[in-house]
Design a protein around this ligand. Structure first.
Ligand SMILES: [Zn+2]
Length: 287
C-alpha cells in the first residue's frame, strides 16, 4: 500500500518552483518570497559586475529546466535572446525592471551624450517593494495552490523593507539638503538620489568601461570645486584611477566605497546590508 505523507512545512524538491535569477537583488527577493517552496539559482553572484556578465553553457542548462527566469532588465541583460532560446516556451521570463518606473540617464561617450533608461532601480526601496509584489504574483500564478504562503512570505518581507526605509529616512535626515550631493564613479545612484533628495555628479557613464576624456575630467573638477561637495565615492567594481586624479586635483576627500551594481560579500550580502553600508558611508562622509 502506498501512502502519501504530507511533510509539514518542507516541500519535496519536485513540488518547488524552479527559479533562475540574473540579479543578486532578485535572488534575495525570490528566496524570501518563495521560501521552502522555491528552488532558486542565482546565476550572477555577489561581487560580479552584471554589466559584463555573460551566461555560460552551465547557466543555460539550468535555465532550460527553470519555470521562472528573473531579470533586472531595463536593457541590463543583453543576452536575453540566449535565455529565450534556452527556455523555448517552457518558462516565464520576467524582466522586472521593465515593469518599474524609469529614470532617464544621460550617457556620456567622449564628447557626445545619449539618453537611455537607468537600469539601477534597486537603489530605491520603493522599487524593491514593487519587485517583491511582481515576484509574489508570478510565483502564485505558477503554483496557485501555494498562493497564501507566497502572500504571507511577501508580507513579512515588505514589513522589513518598510522598517529599512524608516531607518534610511532618519539617517539621511541628518544631512542638510544642500549637503546631499553624490559624486560617484559610474552613474548608478539616480533612483537613490530621487528617493532621498540627493543630486548626483557622475564621473563616468553607466558602463564602467566608459571613462571620461580629459576635457570632461577638467569640467568635472571645476564642477566639483564650485559645488562645495565634501567627499567623492568609489564603487566596488569600478576603476579608481579617475577618482584618484579628481580627489588630488580638487582636494576633496575620498568618502569610501559604495555598492552600486548589486549585493556584496559578508555583511553587505543582503539588500538590508547593502543599504546600511551605502547610507552609513554617505552620511558619515558628507555630514
Ligand atoms: Zn551599474
Amino acid at each position: 500500500m502506498l501512502l502519501t505523507v504530507a511533510v509539514g512545512g518542507s516541500a519535496m524538491a519536485a513540488d518547488k518552483v524552479r527559479v533562475s535569477t540574473f540579479s543578486t537583488i532578485l535572488t534575495e527577493i525570490a528566496e524570501q518570497v518563495g521560501g521552502e517552496l522555491a528552488e532558486v539559482t542565482g546565476h550572477v553572484k555577489p561581487g560580479i559586475d552584471p554589466h559584463d556578465f555573460e551566461p555560460r553553457p552551465g547557466d543555460l542548462k539550468i535555465v532550460a529546466n527553470s519555470q521562472l527566469v528573473l531579470l533586472s532588465a531595463k536593457h541590463m541583460e543583453a543576452y536575453v535572446g540566449k535565455l529565450r532560446e534556452a527556455t523555448g516556451t517552457g518558462a516565464v521570463i520576467l524582466e522586472v525592471g521593465d515593469r518599474l518606473p524609469s529614470l532617464a540617464l544621460t550617457v556620456q561617450h567622449g564628447d557626445h551624450t545619449h539618453k537611455g533608461d537607468d537600469p539601477h532601480w534597486w537603489h530605491s526601496i520603493r522599487n524593491i517593494a514593487r519587485a517583491v509584489k511582481l515576484v509574489r504574483d508570478e510565483l502564485s500564478r505558477l503554483s496557485p495552490e501555494n498562493k497564501a504562503v507566497f502572500k504571507g512570505n511577501a508580507a513579512i518581507y515588505l514589513g522589513k523593507l518598510e522598517k529599512l526605509q524608516s531607518w534610511v529616512d532618519a539617517e539621511v535626515a541628518r544631512l542638510p539638503r544642500n549637503q546631499r550631493k553624490l559624486v560617484t564613479n559610474h552613474d548608478s545612484f539616480g533612483y537613490f538620489a530621487r528617493e532621498f533628495g540627493f543630486t548626483v555628479i557622475a564621473i563616468a557613464g553607466v558602463s564602467k568601461d566608459d571613462q571620461p576624456g580629459s576635457k570632461r575630467v577638467a569640467a568635472l573638477i571645476a564642477e566639483i570645486k564650485s559645488s562645495g561637495v565634501k567627499a567623492i565615492f568609489s564603487e566596488d567594481v569600478a576603476n579608481p584611477k579617475v577618482i584618484r586624479e579628481i580627489t588630488r586635483e580638487t582636494g576633496v576627500k575620498f568618502g569610501g566605497m559604495l555598492l552600486s551594481d548589486g549585493l556584496g560579500l559578508g555583511g553587505k550580502g543582503t539588500i538590508e546590508g547593502m543599504f546600511r553600508h551605502n547610507v552609513s558611508t554617505i552620511v558619515e562622509a558628507l555630514k
